[in-house]
Write a protein that binds this ligand. Structure first.
Ligand code: WTA
Length: 581
């Protein structure tokens, strides 16, 4: 308890930002972690086996909460179980570099399979359990995953006929299930096995494969504004970034109880839901059941959470909970550090948090492609509410004009990062052209975000250069929604935008031209929404649909989403010279 007091009274891991920024080098972290990058190492081994000794051996690595019961896994148990899983894969003939998909909620099996597969040198493809067949098929076929771990409840969404590379399903037979594994209609060449059964038969010892820092460990699908979701490649070498930001930004200490609310199919749920906390040997709480304010407050209080990484939308939802706000009933005095990611953090939320929790909120900016935090608010620096903060030491960030020249303070341009930081994506799966486009200005990674820097070196978010949608922090491609709606027989044309919303950040709005002979009705509206929900998933469903006679297009026929958005918001249309009459 005495040690706990220490962290309460605030020994910060980073006390002098300016000095760290001036002197820090990534090689310092390699030395601190005693990594032999020449001989090779394994990220999952470093995160699990290296921790499972001494006083951390019997310390919980994870506490899984499902709203009713709690199940802990110690570092040592995690080591044994991930070894078992690596052996299961080995027995199935899985090799280094093969893709293993995890179509699972945030259950303990996700974490075991994720870490076990990476020990073997496989590349993990996390897939959100909210995704429906069309979305899943696209990612499974693009990644050519040969094995998938899923549950009996989710299994029916896997369209196996369209997945020639897939040969093994490991199925967790949960109670809320759609039937036993034996009923699964696999092709004759496929194997559907019970996960539990396979794990029981597997050995508990495994020698993790040493790989190069440049070897991939994960393929994470994310949306852009055009085209299909892209598989962003991340490597074992991200380790120094995950570790150092866990130390300086999350400010993790040995005794912390840490809660990252992101599910593990979104990058924060991996970099800061798995790697950073494990590399620091802390205990993480995992809960990604449905959001209920009562439950959330209950977790913070009952689990004695000290460090909490969440999203602005989640805080706004708690803030808006209203007169029945149950916060007063919970003792939240253990909390010492709150951070957010994924979308702009409005100053009002920081004010509310200061009153409600007695703590400010520290915003962090980064992307699936950056792999780790880039712009952050640090505990040792003043917060400027509304700002994303300053670059982490070891990374240089700037604002560029269209020619790639660095802009002075207070001028808005594209946010860019000097290429080559440890957690940076190393490629887009099977799409080198897309990957190159991010680096089209020599030596810079272009983020697609618009921002400016103030005289004190703080960065301020101003929007996107493209039409990417951010709903509750979640990244959604308008193209994916449009592409699905256009498949419906009643739809002739469609354009989709993100419409600003005070609670969700943005909501999805679709503008539709109906095919002749169709009449707009409440019934057709719900039919269209269901059409999207059943094929792509709940998150892609437009909250608003507006029927139009025509949509603004360029002369070459492309829907002009920016004009739709300007119309919606009553803003000037900007340059219309490319628009068709
Ligand atoms: C946006 C996974 C404002 C931004 C972490 C970025 C933010 C995109 C912030 C990446 C923030 C992220 N303030 N905007 N603090 N953090 N964004 O890959 O537009 O799902 O380019 O992020 O989210 O989305 P992704």
């Amino acid at each position: 308890m005495k040690e706990f007091k220490n962290i309460q009274t605030g020994q910060k891991n980073l006390t002098d930002y300016e000095q760290a920024y001036a002197t820090f080098q990534w090689a310092d972290v390699e030395a601190e972690l005693k990594l032999n990058t020449q001989a090779g190492f394994n990220l999952a081994y470093e995160a699990v086996d290296r921790q499972a000794v001494g006083r951390r051996k019997n310390k919980p690595a994870f506490r899984f909460l499902d709203g009713e019961k709690t199940e802990s896994l110690t570092y040592h148990e995690l080591k044994r179980l991930t070894n078992r899983f690596a052996n299961v894969l080995k027995d199935k003939g899985i090799d280094k570099g093969e893709r293993i998909a995890l179509f699972l909620p945030a259950v303990k099996e996700f974490y075991i399979a994720f870490l076990g597969a990476i020990k073997l040198g496989a590349i993990v493809v996390p897939l959100s359990p909210a995704l429906m067949p069309d979305a899943i098929t696209e990612m499974l076929s693009d990644s050519e995953a040969s094995l998938i771990v899923t549950t009996t409840a989710l299994m029916s969404r896997i369209v196996i006929e369209q997945l020639p590379a897939l040969h093994t399903l490991l199925v967790i037979e949960n109670e809320d299930a759609g039937g036993p594994v034996s009923e699964f209609a696999a092709r004759e060449s496929d194997v559907a096995l019970s996960y539990e059964w396979a794990m029981t038969g597997a050995k508990e010892t495994f020698k993790a494969l040493d790989v190069s820092p440049e070897d991939p460990m994960m393929l994470l699908y994310t949306s852009g504004s055009t085209g299909r979701p892209k598989g962003v490649i991340h490597v074992h070498g991200g380790i120094t970034h995950y570790y150092q930001t866990g130390k300086w930004v999350l400010d993790l200490h040995e005794q912390d109880i840490y809660w990252c609310t992101s599910e593990p199919s979104w990058v924060p749920g991996i970099s800061y839901g798995i790697w950073a906390p494990l590399l620091h040997g802390v205990t993480s709480v995992i809960y990604t059941r449905q959001f209920l304010p009562e439950q959330w407050y209950g977790i913070l209080a009952n689990q004695h959470v000290t460090v909490w990484y969440t999203t602005p939308t989640a805080l706004r939802r708690l803030m808006n909970f209203g007169p029945d706000n149950p916060m007063g009933r919970f003792n939240l005095s253990g909390l010492r550090h709150i951070l957010t990611v994924g979308e702009p953090l409005n100053p009002m939320v920081i004010r509310w948090s200061s009153m409600a929790f007695g703590l400010k909120v520290y915003d962090t900016w980064w992307m699936t492609e950056t792999g780790g935090q880039i712009l952050c608010n640090f505990r040792c620096l003043p917060i400027k509410p509304g700002s994303m903060g300053r670059p982490i030491p070891g990374v240089y960030v700037s604002i560029l004009d269209d020619q790639g020249r660095e802009l002075p303070a207070l001028e808005v341009g594209q946010l860019a990062i000097r290429a080559g930081w440890p957690a940076m994506m190393r490629g887009i799966w099977k799409d080198t052209e897309k990957f190159r486009r991010y680096f089209r200005m020599p030596s810079w990674y272009l983020t697609g975000d618009l921002a400016y820097r103030d005289a004190d070196g703080y960065f301020w978010f101003q929007g996107r250069v493209d039409d990417m949608i951010k709903k509750a922090g979640e990244r959604l491609g308008p193209f994916e929604v449009e592409n699905k709606l256009i498949e419906h027989p009643a739809v002739l044309e469609v354009g989709v935008i993100g419409k600003p919303d005070p609670l969700w950040g943005e909501i999805i709005k679709a503008f539709i031209v109906l095919r002749p002979g169709n009449v707009w009705s409440v019934q057709l509206e719900s039919e269209l929404k269901e059409f999207v929900e059943q094929r792509l998933g709940r998150h892609f469903v437009p909250q608003e649909i507006e029927i139009r006679h025509s949509l603004p297009r360029t002369k070459s026929g492309k829907i002009m989403r920016r004009v739709l958005k300007a119309m919606e918001l009553g803003l000037p249309f900007g340059d219309l010279s490319t628009m068709d009459d």
